[in-house]
Design a protein around this ligand. Structure first.
Ligand code: S3P
Length: 167
């Protein structure tokens, strides 16, 4: 099985859905944010605060490459699509899936989220700006799966169905 890269905006459900897909396909689950924290021995929030976003993005790109291997479901950070080289990597080295959620749904899910460094300040405005900047990038994915409605299990099933129908 080729690696599956799950992408989408913060709050799209990449981790929850990814864990279910991995379990059902008996694949390994990897979360790039978690790998970054392990490697850096500090939280993402701290990396952003002390080193800045550019540093975080370079570690993220390296981690994406180092964890890509067969029989893996990878949940990626929402900004992974920003680097053109990451988008190419996902297209050329596995199956790149975009879990698409509407802006309204993302806003609802991220309400009260204080942990994500990019939402500091005026969160609603930040979400809208980032969403608009990124949507066209996410849509370059191999597959787009609607993730607005349905339980994580149902969304995972629609990804799995597509994988199985594609073989
Ligand atoms: C980011 C999303 C976060 C994390 C970091 C930056 C982004 O991951 O990688 O805070 O740029 O959208 P999640 O999408 O898992 O929240």
């Amino acid at each position: 099985m080729q690696p599956i890269f799950l992408t989408g905006f913060m709050g799209a459900g990449k981790t929850t859905v990814g864990q279910i897909i991995a379990e059902q396909l008996q694949a390994e689950f990897i979360d790039t944010d978690e790998e970054i924290e392990k490697q850096e021995k500090r939280e993402i929030r701290t990396i952003f605060e002390t080193e800045g976003e550019a540093y975080f993005r370079s570690v993220e790109a390296a981690v994406l490459r180092s964890v890509t291997k067969p029989a893996t479901v990878l949940s990626t950070g929402g900004g992974i699509v920003l680097k053109e080289a990451n988008r190419r990597w996902m297209l050329e080295n596995g199956l790149w899936v975009f879990l698409e959620c509407s802006l309204e749904e993302i806003e609802r899910r991220l309400e009260d989220d204080l942990k994500r460094p990019l939402l500091k300040g005026n969160a609603r405005e930040r979400i809208q700006t980032l969403y608009k900047e990124r949507l066209a990038l996410y849509r370059q994915a191999s597959w787009i799966v609607q993730a607005d409605q349905g339980s994580p299990k149902e969304i995972a099933s629609s990804v799995i169905d597509r994988i199985q129908n594609a073989v």
